[in-house]
Design a protein around this ligand. Sequence first.
Ligand code: 4G0
Length: 246
Amino acid sequence: MQIDILSLFPEYFQSPFDVSILKRACASGILSISHVDIRRFSKDKHKKVDDRPFGGGPGMVMMPEPVVAAIRSVRKSGSHVVFLSPQGKLLTSRKCEELATKEHLVFLCGHYEGIDARAEKEVDEEISIGDYVLTNGCIAAIVVIDALSRFIPGVLGHPDAAFEDSFQDGIFDGPQYTKPIEFEGEKVPEVLRGGNHQEIRNWRLSQALQKTKRVRPELYAKYLLEQCQLLAKEEEVSSEPQKSNG
Ligand code: 4G0
């Protein structure tokens, strides 16, 4: 996958892609990340890229010319342009899965109070990583790229790993344990050491449901609803009259 990151601070992106899993993905060529400094596209002699909002208000707004020119400098047919903004659609695991199938992603990282509304015609999708404001969109872009990379084939060691993790089925994972068997008086639960895989699955599911219910009641409710709908569907299928050939 080719990724172009358009920002005012290319230096933000050095270390996150130079360690561990993302470093390997870049080195192997699965991921190819380039940086574009939006300031390069300023026509102003002082390389200005922002100005005060018409009508008044706090902060500065990014001017449309450099933003649009930066996007057009990398856009080709099949490009998908994502604008990171607290006013975008909330990022989900499903969205990451979908983004991971694109051939060319362009991330626009805004600064200040966002971008001139007329630059938004070059944007395909506005995404938020959560309901809070950051000083600029660079960290949001790093979050989205990290989360979607896990769904690109070859990035994780095991091809199913991303799909087996937390959130793919809408609830948390169960608690994990490794060595030692006893730590500060607390033992690894007996069931995990017993080797009965059905029992282990059931225990993990029950633990996961308890924690999800406690920490994220709305996720828990959604999960229960989906399970009910699945059951109802199975019921429908198994009670259908058999088709005859005559
Ligand atoms: C656009 C993303 C960009 C508009 C970017 C701010 C949080 C997120 C920015 C604004 C960001 C997020 C209207 C303040 C830059 N902050 N939650 N900051 N406004 O994904």
